[in-house]
Design a protein around this ligand. Structure first.
Ligand code: SF4
Length: 187
């Protein structure tokens, strides 16, 4: 499905159909104009998985970095990796987007934006984030309860339910599956 999502659709989709881990990365890129490697991998492969073409991906990241990184530096330091993720460089492997389990198990440093917010954000920060995304307080408490029991993917499914007004019957196992489920509900 590469090419099924256009560059100008990404921002609106990020508000309605990206799971929290990816919406957070979109916001991070917009406010920081930079993203460390772990985030570029997690987010870049997700975007590929929802159908962004290589050309649009290069444009997306170039735009995202443009305030701090000129086109020459971008090409030199970052473009290779993006093409690599699309299987156009190196061993030409067609890399697949990360599952929830892989993201939840990933190691996340203090300056990193990747990971699963339910697993890697501290609880007060997660609550603030959900409030900023207009989740009602009672719902935030339900999510927090699941998180404190270590049920990160159930917390994500609860977030899905709260933000879509519909259950995600299959549960959440993959950010790209979250996206597809969301589009199925919203379309
Ligand atoms: Fe992303 Fe999965 Fe965490 Fe949800 S549970 S935020 S889809 S990693």
């Amino acid at each position: 499905n590469v090419g099924s999502i256009q560059l100008d659709q990404v921002d609106l989709l990020s508000l309605h159909s990206f799971p929290p881990c990816m919406r957070k990365l979109r916001e991070h890129l917009r406010s920081n104009h930079h993203m460390r490697h772990g985030g570029r991998m997690q987010f870049g492969l997700f975007l590929k998985g929802i159908g962004l073409s290589l050309e649009d991906a290069l444009q997306f990241w170039r735009d995202g970095f443009s305030e701090k990184t000129d086109a020459g530096k971008f090409e030199k330091n970052y473009a290779y990796n993006i093409r690599h993720n699309y299987g156009k460089e190196g061993k030409r492997v067609n890399y697949t987007p990360y599952s929830c389990l892989k993201i939840i198990m990933s190691s996340v440093g203090p300056d990193d934006a990747h990971g699963c917010p339910f697993r890697h954000s501290d609880l007060s920060h997660l609550k603030q984030q959900l409030l900023a995304w207009n989740v009602p307080v009672a719902g935030i408490n339900e999510v927090a309860e699941l998180v404190s029991q270590g049920h990160y993917q159930l917390a994500c499914a609860k977030y899905f339910q709260l933000s879509h007004g519909a259950q995600c019957d299959e549960g959440i196992i993959h950010p790209n599956q979250y996206f597809v489920q969301s589009q199925n509900v919203l379309r």
